[in-house]
Each structure stands twice: as C-alpha cells, then as structure tokens.
Design a protein around this ligand. Structure first.
Ligand code: PEP
Ligand code: MN
Length: 346
C-alpha cells in the first residue's frame, strides 16, 4: 500500500500517518517527490484497509500495490526520481548522463590521462574499476586500494566525479570513501548482503542488471536498497545472456520502456558490455537513447589494444568523441538535453 499525501499536508500529518503504520506493526517508508510525498507500507502480510488512512488529515489517496516491488514502483513517484550528484549534475530527468572511462584503473598515469581527455569533451563522470570481479581467478583482478588512490587523485586534479564498483561488504567502507556513485556489478545483483549494505549508506548506487535476471528480479534487487534506506539508485541495463554467441551479451533494450513504466528510478544503458565489441558500441548507444534511456556508461581507454580488461569493447577517445557529437544531435529529438561543457549542470 502507498499512502499519497496532499500537497498541503504538513509534517505533523506525515508523522501521524507514519505513527499509525507503526501501530499496526508495519514499517513506513517516505518517498519524497517534487510534486508530492508518498509513504510506502511494508511488513504487512495481507491487504491493508485503505479506510484506516483515508480519514486522516493530509491524506489524498491510498493505493494498493499489486506488484511484489513497492518502494521502486512508479506509483510511489510518478514524476521519476532524479539522483543528484554534487558537481556533476543529475542522473535522471531531462538531462542525459554520460559516464565514461576504462574498464579498470591500470595506473596512475592511465586514469589521469583519460580523465583529462574526457573532461575536455565535457564529461563529468569518470568510471574505472579498482576491485574487479572476474569470471576467471587468473584474470586481472584490479589494483584495488592503489587504484582507489589513483581515482581520488584523478578526481582531485580534474574535478570529475567517480563511479567505481564495490565488490563486497568488506571493502565497501574504503570504496565508498572514494566513489561518488557506487557501482554494484551484474555478478553481484543478487548479493543481498551487499545490497543491504549499500542501502544502509548514503552514496548513490548504480545497480547493474544480472545477466540472467528478469526485469522483476532486477527491480526486486533495487527494492532491497530502497528498503534499507537509500533512495538514490540508478538502474543499468547491461545485457543478458541468450543463445546468441556472436555478441558478448544481448543488450535488452526492451527493458527500458518496461522499467520506465513500472519503476520511478532512472535507468541508464551500458552498451560496452551489452554488445561486447567496440565497433558496435556507438550504434547501441544511439539505440539506447532512442529507446528512452536516461544515460550511458561507456568504456573508453586511451589505448584499447593495451587494456588489461575489456579492451576489445573499449572505444578510443576519438571514436567516443564522434559518438558524443551524434548523441548531441539525437538528444533534442528525444526531448533531452546533453550538456557537454565545463559548466555545472544542476
Ligand atoms: C564493468 O562495468 O566493468 C563490469 C564488470 O560490468 P558488469 O558488472 O555489467 O559485467
Ligand atoms: Mn568492463
């Protein structure tokens, strides 16, 4: 059940509703929006009687939620969540977010060099893995704590905001100290301890879809994070596993309109892992924006042939720049803006 408060409801009205929810033995969750405030109810086993709330001052509506996910459901926040990252502009809303950088942080020089190149193109979010959960234990596992230090330095000198993956709960404190946005990778989408832990802290979370996860499982994973108290979640479609073998994954762009209808969280697309070959990345980036994605996360490497991970799907800076020019043309057709400048977007 979602209790929707009237525009003129005041704090005491909200507290009264929350008090009643607790009295019934359930949990209240505030989901604020620009236009209204919703209070989600969880912990109920059966139906909650809407009449219990409709008579309280300040209550506009009581909406039963029929889906298994409640706090992420579009009903809770019809206008859509916009995640704000100070110094880098919003994720969600009209503005297209572009996150770019190498798969892995490989050296101090590599990450600072690419950070400057991307900054000059007007990009505000730098990606780069420090802790890499790899399919094989023999593959490069990331430079871990050293890589976090290089990312911090790249942020300090360029002002770019950092998106980096958190692999487990043990390293969450040090990764969160460096990251502006914490990435939870596809392999960890159903690591419930990690979801609870990133939900219990304040940094925004970029949650990638598991490669064998249905849309509903994906949304339930996001529900864990909101349930734990963190409303700043960005979803990321990165492709799923199918019978197709000529691409690394099958980029499920169907999920974009479906998730937009079901869920209020911003959704971005990772075309790099989605197709897995560099010369398909630009086409799938354009397709993602045309499908309604709120942004992109793209692997860009100063020298893809020398990359320690995912070089074959990484764009050279020049190819990425050409893609940005095409995205700038596409944005207005999709009623979006793409602000590629050093000016801060608010
Ligand atoms: C990555 O972003 O480099 C990555 C490992 O992605 P995913 O978790 O989607 O495989
Ligand atoms: Mn990668």
């Amino acid at each position: 059940m979602l209790i929707i408060m009237r525009l003129d409801a005041d704090r005491s009205d909200v507290e009264r509703v929350k008090g009643k929810i607790k009295l019934l033995g359930y949990l209240p969750h505030e989901i604020p929006g620009e236009e209204r405030l919703a209070i989600g109810i969880t912990g109920n086993k059966g139906k909650v009687d809407p009449e219990l709330f409709l008579t309280l001052p300040g209550v506009l509506e009581a909406i039963p939620v029929t889906k298994p996910f409640k706090l992420v459901s579009r009903d809770a926040h019809p206008a859509g969540t916009i995640v704000k990252v100070e110094g880098a502009g919003p994720l969600g809303g009209k503005e297209l977010a572009v996150i770019a950088g190498p798969c892995s942080v490989e050296s101090r020089q590599q990450i600072i060099e690419i950070a400057w190149m991307l900054k000059e193109m007007g990009i505000k979010f730098l990606r780069g893995g420090a802790y890499k959960p790899r399919t094989s234990p023999y593959s490069f596992q990331g430079y871990k704590a050293d890589a976090l230090e290089f990312l911090k330095e790249a942020k300090e000198v360029t002002g770019m905001r950092i998106v980096t993956e958190v692999k487990d709960t043990e390293t969450l404190p040090i990764v969160a100290e460096c990251a502006d946005v914490l990435q939870v990778g596809a392999r960890n989408m159903q690591n419930y301890s990690l979801l609870e832990a990133v939900g219990a802290q304040k940094k925004p979370v970029l949650l990638k879809r598991g490669f064998a996860a249905t849309i509903e499982e994906f949304l339930m994973a996001a529900e864990y994070i909101l349930y734990a108290g963190n409303l700043n979640v960005i979803l990321c479609e990165r492709g799923i596993r199918t019978f197709e073998t000529s691409t690394r994954n099958t980029l499920d762009l169907n999920s974009i309109p479906i998730i937009r209808k079901l869920c209020h969280l911003p959704i971005i697309v990772d075309p790099s892992h989605g197709i897995g070959v560099w010369d398909g990345v630009s086409a799938m980036s354009m397709a993602a924006v045309a499908a309604g994605a709120d942004g992109l996360i793209i692997e860009v490497h100063p020298d893809p042939s020398a990359a320690l991970s995912d070089g074959y799907q990484s764009l050279k800076p020049s190819t990425f720049k050409a893609l940005l020019e095409r995205l700038e043309q596409l944005a207005p057709i999709m009623e979006r803006t793409l602000t590629l400048s050093h000016a801060e977007v608010s």
